[in-house]
Design a protein around this ligand. Sequence first.
Ligand code: GUN
Length: 280
Amino acid sequence: MTAKVIDGKEIAKKLRESIKVEVDKLKVNGKVPGLAVILVGIDPASQVYVGHKEKACKEAGFHSEVYKLAENTSQEELLSLIDKLNNDPNIHGILVQLPLPKHLDEKEVINRISFNKDVDGFHPLSAGALFVGEKSLVPCTPKGCIQLIKEIGYDLKGKKAVVVGRSNIVGKPVSILLLNENATVTICHSRTKDLKAELLEADVVVAAIGRPNFVTGDMIKPGAVVIDVGINRLDNGKLVGDVEFESAAEKASWITPVPGGVGPMTIAMLMQNTLEAFKS
Ligand code: GUN
């Protein structure tokens, strides 16, 4: 079998266009959704991601503020900026780009963001709300994964989904979202005894481990849907996912590419969350 490729770039573009149409309708009274993005330090990948977020905001007609803070910014300075943004009526979403420099306390920073402006969905209240099925802003990358699966018309009900990775940002929340779609979910991680055996049972694979080409075609059940969350840069400069694309595509029915799969969806979902925060 040669898999069909899920074109995340195109799907995300359509979603962003529909968000723009909605923003145009809403802004009759001059108000638009506002997103503040905070970047501390000069991590090259983070700079690229923040640039993409800023561009997407402009294209969707959002108000956008980007704060680029020095590497040696103190915890107090960062917290007071978050306090200011929490109280700013023109800002509906606040995103602190991760990872933060080592001297900063990431948990305290995330916890300081108002629950109703937590467009990343990383606040413990957002995570808890997702866990118990209450309304909240859902983390962007997991939400994007589910949206991609829906876009191909795949019904998750009763299917076996295997998530590889248990991070708070992707692995855990995507598992809850799959469960909400009535999939039977297994979460695998570095201590899983026989990953290959688990994966060979999976109708749906979500790979979010952060290790280049880790999941190979021999681990994929014929006909599976493969969602690759990984973005890894090899020494030769090439970007690859957590899934070895060529060999996995021989087995899967559908597969996301890297780049151009989940990545663009993360940004589209951020726009969607900001719009949702604006409307609520
Ligand atoms: N760093 C990598 N991915 C993300 C994300 O989705 N949100 C934030 N805030 N930082 C990230």
